[in-house]
Ligand binder design. Structure first.
Ligand SMILES: [Zn+2]
Length: 311
C-alpha cells in the first residue's frame, strides 16, 4: 500500500508549495481529459485523494499523527513470557529430616486444565498418578527370607499407577492448588503418606465472564461500523456461542439480555440470564483509505448539522 506521500511522489518533509506543484504536474499527466488509459483513472482518483489530505494543513497533521501511531503498532513487540505466580491455598509441610523410624511419603504434584465455564460451575478430572505402595512381598523390609527382595529389588516399595478422580470446586481461580490428603507417596515406618497437589489451570478463553448474584455478565467489543449500522454479534455463553442482533445506532454501554443461557439452578433445572454489555472498540490502526473515509464522514456530519454537535 502506497502512502499519500508516495502517491504524489513527495517527501513527508515536503512543503505545501512543493506538494501543490507536484500535484498539478500529476494532474496534467493523469486527468481523464488528457489520459484515457484505464490505469490513469485509478491513479487520478488516488492523487486527488492524496492532495485532499496533504494540501489541507489540519488533515495533513492528523494524517502524520496517524502514520506514526500505525508505525508504533507495527513495531510493538509482543512479549510472550508470562510469570506464573502460584496461589498456594495450602502451605506445604516443611520436610524435616527425621529419625529413620517414621518417614513421611513424598508429595505428588500434577496439573489439570479446565475451561472457564468449568471454573465457574465446578467439575471433576481424573488424574493418573504414579504412586508407590509397600512391597506386598517384603512389606517394606527390603529383605525376604534373609535375601534382598526380588519383587521390589530391595526398595521396599513398588510403583503403581493409580487413577484418582479430583473434584474441582466451583469458582476456582486460575493456578489454584488443591490438596488431596494422603494421596501422595506412601510413608514408611509409620510415617504419613504424602499429599497429592493438583494445580488447576483455567483456560483464559472466556476470561471476560463475570458472575454476580447468579447472573452472568459479558462485555462484548464491537467495531464502530457494527454499532452504527447494526449487525450480528457472536458472544460466548456458558453453554456455547450465541448470536445477538444489534440494532442500528447501538450505543456504547447498551446492554442486551440473553435468557436461558446463564447458570443452571440446581433445584428448578432452569437456566438464568446473561447480560451482554456492548462496548465500542476503536481499532488500533487504520489504513489511509479508512482515514480518508472517516474524514469524509466527519465533513458530511458537520454539513448536516450546521453545528458540530459531535466533535
Ligand atoms: Zn519387596
Amino acid at each position: 500500500m502506497q502512502s499519500y506521500y508516495e502517491i504524489l511522489n513527495v517527501e513527508s518533509t515536503s512543503s505545501k508549495e512543493e506538494i501543490k506543484k507536484q500535484y498539478k504536474k500529476l494532474v496534467r499527466m493523469y486527468h481523464p481529459d488528457v489520459n484515457s488509459s484505464p490505469e490513469a483513472e485509478e491513479i487520478f482518483k488516488n492523487i486527488t485523494r492524496a492532495s485532499e489530505i496533504l494540501l489541507d494543513d489540519e488533515k495533513r497533521k492528523k494524517y502524520d499523527l496517524l502514520r506514526s501511531a500505525n508505525k508504533k503498532v507495527n513495531q510493538k513487540k509482543y512479549n510472550n513470557s508470562s510469570d506464573y505466580t502460584f496461589s498456594d491455598l495450602f502451605q506445604k509441610n516443611k520436610k524435616t529430616k527425621e529419625e529413620p523410624k517414621a518417614i513421611q511419603g513424598e508429595d505428588i504434584t500434577v496439573s489439570v486444565t479446565i475451561d472457564s465455564k468449568e471454573a465457574i460451575l465446578g467439575t471433576t478430572r481424573t488424574v493418573n498418578i504414579a504412586t508407590s505402595i509397600l512391597c506386598p512381598k517384603c512389606e517394606g523390609h527390603k529383605f525376604a527370607n534373609n535375601q534382598k527382595c526380588t519383587y521390589c529389588e530391595g526398595k521396599g516399595e513398588i510403583t503403581k499407577n493409580k487413577k484418582i478422580t479430583v473434584k474441582i470446586p466451583s469458582s476456582v481461580k486460575n493456578k489454584s492448588k488443591l490438596r488431596i490428603k494422603g494421596e501422595g507417596k506412601i510413608g514408611k515406618f509409620g510415617g504419613k503418606n504424602g499429599n497429592l497437589y493438583v494445580i488447576v489451570n483455567v483456560e483464559q478463553k472466556h476470561e471476560d465472564f463475570k458472575i454476580e448474584n447468579g447472573i452472568v455478565y459479558y462485555d462484548a467489543y464491537i467495531s464502530p461500523y457494527t454499532a452504527i449500522l447494526g449487525g450480528n454479534v457472536k458472544v460466548p455463553t456458558l453453554w456455547g456461542d450465541a448470536t445477538i442482533k444489534i440494532p442500528p445506532l447501538t450505543k456504547t454501554n447498551q446492554s442486551f439480555k440473553l435468557i436461558d443461557v446463564g447458570i443452571m439452578n440446581e433445584k428448578t433445572q432452569k437456566k438464568g440470564d446473561e447480560i451482554v454489555k456492548i462496548l465500542i472498540q476503536i481499532p488500533t490502526s487504520i489504513t489511509d483509505e479508512e482515514f480518508y473515509l472517516y474524514e469524509k464522514l466527519k465533513e458530511i456530519n458537520l454539513k448536516k448539522r450546521n453545528a458540530p454537535i459531535f466533535q
